[in-house]
Design a protein around this ligand. Structure first.
Ligand code: ADP
Ligand code: ADP
Ligand code: MG
Length: 455
């Protein structure tokens, strides 16, 4: 069994992982950049090692310093969290070559599923429905224009190594193609140091439905039901719920079965998520796989009563999955609001600064995942997410009502946040009906702007 884990991350996810390690009797080592000395994950871990300067490349993306820290402190495993090095096959391989356990799937699987164009091909082989699109990467603008014509507008150009909603452009007509193509490649180059792109049919008004998967090194794979992550701003999730409220039961069963089929096909041996798009006609398509723990994993933990980080650590340690599909039940509804330090009235621009005062919501079936505290300063170098508020209730409407109360209790001063915006969304008829698609949040923002109500 694993005795000591280095957590190669920061913020709420590092804190989340430390908590499970403590429950499992595993010692923890935090790493931090030299501006993160006061961070909560540093204070909660058993030990902490400074790994470099404030910029991610100097510290949280610095593979050598991280692995060195793990070796020097006698760790036997590294947990990458999400973002940063979590889907970096080279890092996973280096960790293993240094005799440590990487808490995630094998490097070969990350390689296979991390590249989106390659993952599409693999899923076609697995017999899982995939959005109509380019067979490989799009090398130049002429080839791209021709492919777009064949696929049929609208199309979406996507970075093969993309993530976090970056490196994507929707193109509605041939006139817009050239600009969109170049700007997608530019953004991909800046964000992912790799400007390869591919193309898909753009599905109009889809729902984003994803399935939580758990596997082990013995070929067992189960699903932990689905999440609806359709409330997105600029292709970035903001509110998630589980299970999906408005899906037909037969479609749900097919998506769950296909997700397990996809994971089994690649020999998936950790926890992960398979993302699908569901169109207005009830057809669904594989979109991508995230080979890591996800931001929104707590809502699945709430409806299934499992600790997903624990499953992930046990799988990495070579233990057999203790759950069979029959043991996993979905009960009630859960919802998560991602609270970001951003200024809704100013195009949701990041709002770094000192938190003078913060009050977290609490009460029955209210869960908060955060790493900020009174007097903490939000740094401009990292993600603007400051807290995740999670609620659970027997029915969806009760869950929404509980979330509204939780957001009322959430007070933060010193920085701007998207709490008020989310609070308003929770009162929108379309949201309450549960039938909203990925375009809904954007339309609601425009609606509020035109009424002068975006605060
Ligand atoms: P999810 O919400 O499904 O877990 P996201 O795509 O929102 O996944 O990513 C989770 C976190 O990881 C976010 O902070 C996001 O900015 C970051 N992230 C995701 N992919 C990448 C990537 N390829 N490079 C850098 N950061 C990423
Ligand atoms: P990331 O790695 O950034 O999470 P995804 O491929 O998961 O990228 O796409 C992010 C979001 O962009 C999706 O949740 C969806 O809202 C939108 N999107 C991506 N591909 C398509 C598509 N083919 N049609 C419509 N929307 C899409
Ligand atoms: Mg995605």
């Amino acid at each position: 069994m694993i005795k000591k884990i280095l957590i190669a991350n920061r913020g709420e996810i590092a804190v989340r992982i430390i908590r499970t390690c403590k429950e499992m009797g595993i010692s923890t080592v935090a790493v931090y950049s030299n501006c993160d000395k006061e961070a909560l994950h540093v204070q909660l871990a058993d030990e902490a090692v400074c790994i470099g300067g404030p910029r991610p490349l100097e510290s949280y993306l610095n593979m050598y310093n991280i692995i060195q820290a793990a070796c020097n402190t006698g760790c036997d495993a590294i947990h990458p969290g999400f973002g940063f090095l979590s889907e970096n096959a080279r890092f996973a391989r280096l960790v293993e070559e240094c005799g440590l356990i990487f808490i995630g799937p094998s490097p070969e699987i990350i390689e296979k599923m991390g590249n989106k164009a390659r993952a599409r091909q693999t899923m076609i082989q697995a017999g899982v429905p995939v959005v109509n699109g380019s067979r490989q990467i799009v090398n130049d603008v002429r080839q791209g224009r021709q492919m777009a014509q064949e696929i049929g507008y609208p199309v979406i150009i996507k970075a093969v190594n993309g993530g976090g909603g970056r490196g994507m452009r929707i193109v509605f007509s041939p006139r817009e193609f050239d600009n969109a193509y170049h700007s997608a490649r530019n953004e991909a180059k800046i964000c992912f140091k790799d400007d390869e792109v591919y193309m898909e049919k753009y599905i109009v008004n889809p729902k984003h439905i994803e399935v939580q998967i758990a596997g082990d090194k013995f070929g067992n794979v189960v699903h932990l039901y689905e999440r609806d992550c359709s409330f997105q701003r600029r292709n970035q999730k903001m509110i998630e719920e589980a299970p999906c409220f408005s899906i037909e039961e037969s479609v749900r069963q097919n998506i769950l079965a296909d997700a397990v089929k996809a994971a089994k096909f690649v020999g998936y041996n950790s926890v992960g998520t398979i993302e699908f798009l569901l169109d207005e006609g009830g057809n669904y398509y594989f979109m991508e796989m995230n080979t890591r723990i996800q931001v929104e994993h707590p809502i699945t933990e709430m409806i299934c009563g499992v600790d997903i980080v624990k499953l992930q650590i046990k799988a990495a340690a070579g233990q057999k999955l203790e759950l069979s599909q029959r043991d996993i039940h979905c009960s009630g509804y859960a919802m998560e609001c991602r609270i970001n330090a951003e200024d809704a009235a100013n195009n949701f621009a990041p709002s770094a600064g000192r938190i003078d005062f913060v009050n977290f919501p609490a009460g029955r079936n209210v869960r908060v995942e955060s790493a900020v505290y009174n007097g903490y300063t939000i740094l401009p170098y990292y993600d603007s997410m400051i807290a995740k508020i999670i609620t659970w209730a027997p029915t969806r409407l009760e869950c929404i009502k509980k979330m509204r109360i939780a957001l009322e209790e959430f007070i933060v001063s010193g920085v701007k946040s998207n709490v008020e915006f989310q609070y308003m969304a929770l009162h929108h008829k379309k949201f309450i009906e549960g039938k909203y698609s990925t375009g809904f949040a954007g339309e609601f923002i425009e609606e509020l702007k035109s009424n002068g109500n975006l605060v």
